[in-house]
Design a protein around this ligand. Structure first.
Ligand SMILES: *Cc1c(COP(=O)(O)O)cnc(C)c1O
Length: 451
C-alpha cells in the first residue's frame, strides 16, 4: 500500500490562500492600544513590514508567493504527506490516518513557512534587523534561519522556562547567527519590571512579546516579527494545506476530519483553511478540530473579546479567544501552546461553529505521542502530540463504531529538541492536572506539577 505522497517541486503552490473574503462573518478590526479606536494601517508600519500589513487586511483570495521565497521554500518543500498505516494497525481502526509532515523543515517545524516571507519582505523594504520572542524556541530558530538567509540581524527573547529546558534550541539559533536573551531579561523595561515583580519568573510568551516589541521600537532599522496569531502569518502557512490538498487528491481521499494543535493558531490555520474552502465547494461536512492543552485553554475556556497580544499592553488589541493578557501558563512541555490568546481568524471560526476546540491533558497527549513514535518512527513535538492524541481518540472511536473516517493530522514538527519531555514522561515524572483544579492560575506550586 502506498503510504507516502510526495509532490513534484514544480507542483509547489505559487500562491497562498487568503481566507478573509471567505469568512462567514468578517473579522472585527484591531484597535489602537491608546485610543481603542480601529487602528490605521500606517500605525503598524513602525513595527511590521509594509507588505505584511497589506496582507493582514487584504481581500484578495490568492496572493502570489514571491520567487525568492519559493526559492528558499524549495530547500524543504513540498513536505511529504504520509498515511500512518502502522498506527492504524496498532489501533485496529478502520479509520484512514494521514499526516502532513512539517518536521522536514530546516528547523523542524512549520514556522519557517512564515519566517522566510517575513524576513524577505523586510529585507526588500530596507529593514536591517528583526526582533522577536520565542516560546519553545521553534519560532526563534525559524526566524534566525530566515534572517540569516537574507543577511539580516536577529534578536530573540526566549521564554525563561524554555531557555532552561532547551539549551540546544538556543544553540541552533546561535548557529543561524541570532542573539538570544532569556525573557524576562534586563535588556528592556518590560523585562526589568517583570524581574522586579518576580525574580524567578518562568516568563510567558505575552511578556517576551512586550520585550521584543520594545527592542524593535528602540532599535535602528529594526522591526518586529510575529510567528503566529496574525492574519498574514496564517496566510503564509496555507502553503501546508494547499500542498496537502493536492496530496490527498493523489491518495484518492478527502478528509472527514482535519485536526491540528493550536498555540496561536498558525499551523492549524495553514492546514485547515484551504480544506475549509475546498469542503465548502464540495459541500462536504468536514470537521475541523483545534487542539489545545487543558492548562492553557484559550479556545475551550477563554472569553471572546478584545485583548492585548502582550503583557505590557503595547500591541494593538485583537478580538480573539483569550485567557487575559496577564495569564501565566504553567511551564508545560508544549511551550509553543502556552499563549493566552488565539488567531482572530480561528477565534471567529469557532464562534461561527466551523472550528471545534478540544483540550487534552499533557499526560494523555504523551501516551499517544509515544504510541505514534513506536508505530510510525517519528517522534512528535509535544505541541504536535496534542493533534496526534486527538486523532488517536477519533481512530479509537472509529474502531468501536466501524466508521471508516479519513483523518488528516497537521504534523507541525518533530520532537528531537524535546527529549527531556519524553524522559520525564517515561520516568513517570509527569502528573495529570487534578480534575476541577484551576491549573490556569499557573502558580509556581501548581506549575511544578507539569515540568
Ligand atoms: C509553534 C508551534 C506550534 C504552535 O503554534 P501555532 O501558531 O498554533 O501553530 C505548534 N507546533 C509546533 C511544532 C510549533 O513549533
Amino acid at each position: 500500500m502506498r503510504t507516502m505522497f510526495t509532490l513534484d517541486q514544480n507542483d509547489l503552490p505559487k500562491r497562498w490562500y487568503n481566507v478573509l473574503p471567505d469568512l462567514p462573518t468578517p473579522l472585527d478590526p484591531p484597535l489602537h492600544p491608546g485610543t481603542r479606536e480601529p487602528i490605521e494601517p500606517a500605525a503598524l508600519l513602525g513595527l511590521f513590514a509594509r507588505t505584511c500589513v497589506e496582507q493582514e487586511m487584504s481581500t484578495d483570495r490568492f496572493i502570489d508567493i514571491p520567487a525568492p521565497v519559493l526559492d528558499v521554500y524549495r530547500l524543504w518543500r513540498p513536505t511529504p504527506l504520509m498515511r500512518a498505516v502502522h498506527l492504524e494497525r496498532v489501533l485496529e481502526t478502520p479509520a484512514h490516518i494521514y499526516f502532513k509532515y512539517e518536521g522536514a523543515s530546516p528547523t523542524g517545524s512549520h514556522k519557517t513557512n512564515t519566517a522566510v516571507p517575513q524576513a524577505y519582505y523586510n529585507k526588500l523594504e530596507g529593514t536591517k534587523a528583526l526582533a522577536t520572542e520565542t516560546g519553545a524556541g521553534q519560532w526563534g530558530s525559524a526566524l534566525a534561519f530566515a534572517c540569516q538567509t537574507f543577511g539580516m540581524d536577529c534578536t530573540v527573547f526566549m521564554v525563561r522556562s524554555s531557555y532552561d529546558q532547551k539549551p540546544y534550541r538556543k544553540a541552533m539559533m546561535s548557529v543561524f547567527g541570532a542573539r538570544v536573551h532569556a525573557s524576562p531579561s534586563r535588556e528592556t523595561r518590560a523585562g526589568r519590571e517583570a524581574l522586579a515583580r518576580d525574580p524567578n519568573s518562568f516568563g510567558s510568551l505575552g511578556l517576551a512579546i512586550s520585550e521584543a516589541v520594545e527592542a524593535a521600537l528602540a532599535g535602528q532599522g529594526t522591526k518586529y516579527s510575529l510567528g503566529s496569531v496574525l492574519n498574514h502569518v496564517l496566510l503564509h502557512q496555507t502553503v501546508i494545506g494547499l500542498e496537502a490538498e493536492q496530496q490527498m487528491q493523489s491518495a484518492g481521499e478527502f478528509p472527514d476530519v482535519v485536526v491540528a494543535c493550536v498555540g496561536g493558531g498558525s499551523n492549524f490555520g495553514g492546514l485547515s483553511l484551504p480544506f475549509y474552502r475546498a469542503a465548502r465547494e464540495r459541500k462536504q461536512a468536514t470537521r475541523f478540530l483545534a487542539v489545545e492543552p487543558t492548562v492553557c485553554p484559550s479556545l475551550t475556556r477563554g472569553e471572546y473579546r478584545y485583548d492585548f497580544g502582550d503583557t505590557a499592553e503595547t500591541t494593538p488589541l485583537l478580538r480573539m479567544h483569550t485567557l487575559g493578557h496577564a495569564f501565566m501558563p504553567p511551564p508545560i512541555h508544549a511551550g509553543g501552546l502556552r499563549y493566552h490568546g488565539m488567531a482572530p481568524i480561528v477565534s471567529r471560526l469557532v464562534e461561527d461553529g466551523i472550528v471545534e476546540p478540544l483540550a487534552y491533558d499533557q499526560l494523555d497527549v504523551f501516551a499517544s505521542a509515544v504510541l505514534f513514535a513506536r508505530s510510525e518512527g517519528i517522534i512528535p513535538a509535544p505541541e504536535t502530540a496534542h493533534a496526534v492524541h486527538a486523532a488517536v481518540e477519533i481512530a479509537r472511536e472509529c474502531a468501536r463504531t466501524g466508521d471508516e473516517k479519513t483523518i488528516l493530522i497537521g504534523f507541525s514538527g518533530h520532537g528531537h529538541f524535546d527529549m527531556g519531555a519524553y524522559t520525564a514522561y517515561l520516568s513517570g515524572d509527569l502528573v495529570r492536572a487534578e480534575a476541577g483544579s484551576n491549573a490556569c492560575t499557573g502558580t509556581p506550586a501548581g506549575a511544578r506539577l507539569y515540568c
